[in-house]
Write a protein that binds this ligand. Structure first.
Ligand code: PLP
Length: 386
């Protein structure tokens, strides 16, 4: 299998699995239990909290474990809406993940107002327009993703945080695609809330974290047994938490060992080869080194996906959350990409277990398949981009 869909999910790192296994086998006790087994589990949870906090440059007690990115995002929106009811505005962009978009609809349904900041054609938010939208006294929260799941475009987060705080608004970032891939440090970039997800960084699915700054109040989404210092009830997913902690530690190690450059090398090689038949969406300079969203003009994406799948090449049409229903991506639409080009878009996302050969094999397959599909239609001429 040539797995190039890391933005959908990543393979669990063997070292992460090794760290988790004892907590599925012998150390299965409930971390709230007072006997020795419970204390072992509790210590493991706290160690993992420290590992995640270290990845983010946060204080340990600023990290809350959740079931993933979606829960973390929903929890922030619900908390801010509940605690600051007099401030009605939530500001997002048109390129957010559905977890933010759908949660924003709830905000709206709770007598709130949702405002959309436009993005430039390169996918980055229009900061002047954002400044206009954010108003002291009425904007409660800006919720803008750090890196986009479909295009990999990286937001100007320092500037966005400044805009939020200058207007007395709180700042949440969906860092699900950024955390562990690029340096994300809440001391340098003082967001108030940050969401991340284990399965995008080589930990398992169903585990995530929410950073809540000590500066801000937080009302829990889930109430019950009072775990996580009353901020997220429910018996802790100890193996998942241990896995996330280990994954966070590994990501930090990989920041130092040239992994990003290696992945960038394969991604750039891929893009260099496919330029013959495709065009890359989104900013070149401000884009994750892992991600290529490519437009293959006039190519039937569904057909291309099937033919690549037959060769063991796993990629997505737009966002994984949309597959099954191949409607044009709202992200590309917000960037001003035509519906026709958006419909011809595939996303390739690389991870640390890929090799240069994976990238080259995939590029070769894309080129050959594009020619084949065009030839079948009796049109193998180069099509101009629009
Ligand atoms: N935000 C972004 C940018 C994502 O890519 C995803 C997952 O696709 C999510 C949020 C949701 O995260 P989870 O799958 O952990 O709920």
């Amino acid at each position: 299998m040539n797995y190039l869909d890391a933005n959908a999910t990543t393979p669990v790192d063997p070292a992460v699995l090794d760290a988790m296994l004892p907590f599925l086998r012998e150390h299965f006790a409930n971390p709230s239990a007072s006997y020795a087994g419970g204390r072992v589990a509790h210590r493991a949870v706290e160690k993992a909290r420290g590992q995640v906090a270290a990845l983010l440059g946060a204080e340990t007690d600023e990290v809350i474990f959740t079931s993933g990115g979606t829960e973390s995002i929903n929890a922030v929106h619900a908390s801010v809406r509940a605690l600051w009811p007099e401030k009605r505005d939530l500001v997002i962009t048109g390129t957010e993940h559905p977890a933010v978009i759908e949660s924003a609809k709830r905000w709206q349904a709770q007598d709130g107002q949702v405002k959309h900041a436009p993005v430039h054609p390169d996918g980055r938010v229009d900061l002047d327009a954002l400044r206009e939208l954010v108003r002291p006294g009425s904007t409660a929260l800006i919720s803008i993703m750090w890196a986009n799941n479909e295009t990999g475009v990286i937001a100007p987060m320092d500037e966005i945080v400044e805009i939020a705080h200058a207007a007395g608004a709180l700042m949440h970032t969906d860092a699900v695609q950024a955390a562990g891939k690029i340096p994300v440090n809440v001391k340098r970039t003082p967001v108030d809330f940050l969401s991340l997800s284990g399965h995008k960084m080589h930990a398992p699915k169903g585990i995530g974290a929410l950073y809540v700054s000590q500066r801000v109040r937080f009302a829990p989404l889930l109430v019950g047994g009072g775990q996580e210092k009353e901020r997220r009830s429910g018996t802790e997913n100890v193996p998942g938490i241990v896995g996330l902690g280990k994954a966070a530690e590994l990501c930090q190690e990989h920041f130092k060992d040239g992994t990003a450059e290696r992945i960038r090398g394969m991604r750039d090689r891929f893009e260099g080869l496919i330029r013959e038949v495709a065009q890359v969406h989104g900013s070149t300079e401000h884009r994750l080194h892992t991600t290529s969203s490519i437009c293959l003009p006039e190519i039937d994406t569904a057909g291309m996906l099937i033919l690549l799948d037959r060769q063991g090449i796993c990629v997505s049409a737009g966002s994984a959350c949309h597959t099954g229903a191949l409607h044009p991506s709202h992200v590309l639409e917000a960037m001003g990409v035509s519906a026709r080009d958006a419909a011809c878009t595939l996303r390739f996302s690389f991870h640390r277990f890929n090799t240069l050969a994976d990238a080259e094999t995939a590029a070769k397959a894309v080129i050959e398949t594009a020619h084949k599909l065009r030839a079948e239609r009796g049109d193998d001429s180069m099509v101009s981009f629009n």
